[in-house]
Design a protein around this ligand. Structure first.
Ligand code: OAD
Length: 227
């Protein structure tokens, strides 16, 4: 069975009603990255960070996977598929994908601020400011913030290295180390990029599908799936 690795970003969830980060109506238009997405921000004002992610989690509860998530899951019928996502939402899971690496963490989990241990599933509930993890330290969102390690990077790179087909969807490729994963692909891997806009240049031969995630995945399904 051929192997597909999907490298996804905020754009795959845009049609499900989740804001991207860098588009004109994106999250970073309204929030300061340093305040809500960096480890420095956490030590400066943990309550602000907890509230920010509580709000994201409340929104997520009402979001449904779109056809792009569902088609990516459907590919599992004919391919070994691994999804490497920068997204903290759970829409790939809800869409039916079974093998997902969340590079930047997961909204529906929390952990101790001490070494990000004691990870717990919290579903869609709020984290209360002052709430403690099992080790007595503050409970924090299980998110990889700027300035923190990306523990699953090596596992993700291993997957990309083995891919016959790499699908890059809905990411501006601005954030490293995630954006560098494309360069782990084999020389003869087929690389597709689905995005309605230009993304950061990729120094590899790629097929660009300049469409929204849903339409782009419909087109690619027609090409990749045998009747
Ligand atoms: P960006 O907001 O940087 O990029 C989103 C991409 O999705 C852009 O290239 C858009 O053109 C594209 N897009 C918008 N609507 C789309 C649609 N309907 N279908 C397909 N593509 C669409 O988001 P990411 O690249 O995911 O990290 O951002 C990477 C990281 O930056 C995030 O994981 C987050 C952020 O800071 C952390 O917070 C650690």
């Amino acid at each position: 069975m051929k192997k597909i690795v999907v490298l996804s970003g905020a754009g795959v969830s845009a049609e499900s009603g989740i804001s991207t980060f860098r588009d004109s109506d994106g999250l970073w238009e309204n929030f300061n990255v340093e305040d809500v997405a960096s480890i420095e921000g956490w030590y400066r004002n943990p309550e602000l960070m907890i509230n920010f992610y509580n709000e994201r989690r409340r929104q997520l509860e009402h979001c449904q996977p779109n056809d792009a998530h569902k088609i990516i899951a459907e590919l599992e019928r004919q391919y070994e598929v691994v999804v490497v996502t920068q997204n903290i939402d759970n829409l790939h899971e809800k869409g039916g994908s079974t093998n997902i690496i969340h590079l930047h963490g997961e909204l529906t989990k929390a952990c101790s601020e001490r070494g990000k241990t004691n990870v717990v599933d919290i579903g869609y509930r709020d984290i209360e400011f002052g709430e403690k993890a099992a080790d007595g330290a503050l409970l924090r969102p299980f998110i990889v913030w700027f300035g923190e390690d990306v523990p699953l990077l090596t596992a993700a790179a291993e997957q990309v290295r083995k891919a016959d087909i790499l699908i890059i969807i809905g990411t501006s490729l601005n954030v490293y180390p995630a954006a560098g994963l494309v360069y782990y692909a084999k020389d003869d891997a087929e690389i597709y990029v689905i995005d309605p806009k230009e993304v950061q240049p990729i120094q590899r031969k790629v097929t660009f599908i300049r469409q929204k995630a849903t339409d782009g995945m419909r087109q690619l399904r027609a090409q990749l799936m045998k009747a």
